[in-house]
Ligand binder design. Structure first.
Ligand SMILES: [Zn+2]
Length: 231
């Protein structure tokens, strides 16, 4: 048991999870240079593991991950945590089911953030993944914001769709698992790309509330494996 009251096995699992997602973001081409942030709550604690500021995601290693408390203060680590730590800890504080939080500047989704335009719900895939539009958080000033009303707007948007766009900046999402957080970042980029092409080539119609409801039921009742069949 470490000084934080966390077993080294648990801490190791969380760090491995953060590294897996960081590498995944790089491999999927969603983060370039030093952009992007991954954080994960250490289960049953008020501590969060977060990537360090100014590191390329493919080069982050366990020894340079940082542990912060829910106020964003460093409790362990030799490096400065991400400059987006206030946003990440706020999300972990307000959305307890968020195991892992991911921020990217993935280019197609960022096009919508630049235009301050929600990603319209044009495919059954988007209805399946995010149950509607991917919203832009317009009550948002600059990267690294510590303004509670802005952070609260981000949480509100995430509660609706698990992924949101930060005005003129990029993407924020979370997952109840590491895999889901990475997957959401991958899927929103794909959906944004399809939407851009559709908007360039024609006048696509958005799915209706009834379409979205159908997909919600489909996901609940017919998609994936039943618990007993899971590998
Ligand atoms: Zn950013």
């Amino acid at each position: 048991m470490s000084k934080l009251g966390v077993s080294s096995k648990v801490l190791n699992e969380v760090m491995e999870g953060v590294l897996r997602v960081s590498r995944g973001l790089f491999e999927e081409g969603l983060v370039k240079s030093t952009f992007g942030v991954v954080s994960a709550r250490i289960p049953d604690t008020d501590y969060v593991v977060i990537t360090p500021s100014g590191f390329r995601k493919e080069r982050v290693a366990k020894r340079n991950l940082v542990i912060v408390n829910l106020e964003g203060e460093v409790v362990r680590g030799n490096f400065r945590p991400s400059s987006e730590t206030p946003m990440h800890v706020y999300i972990h504080k307000r959305v307890p089911e968020a195991r892992c939080v991911v921020h990217t500047h993935s280019p197609m989704a960022t096009v919508f953030a630049i235009l301050e335009m929600d990603i319209p719900c044009l495919t059954t895939e988007q209805a399946h993944a995010f149950e509607g539009r991917v919203p832009v958080v317009r009550n948002y000033s600059y990267p690294g914001t510590t303004k509670v009303e802005e952070l609260e707007s981000i949480v509100e948007a995430l509660r609706r769709s698990r992924v949101a766009l930060l005005r003129k900046h990029g993407v924020i999402t979370y997952g109840t698992s590491y895999e889901e957080a990475l997957d959401n970042a991958v899927v929103v980029e794909e959906l944004a790309k399809s939407a851009i092409y559709a908007l360039l080539l024609g006048k696509p119609e958005e799915l209706t509330e009834a379409d979205i409801e159908y997909m919600r039921e489909f996901k609940k009742k017919r998609y994936g494996q039943r618990p007993a069949q899971q590998p």
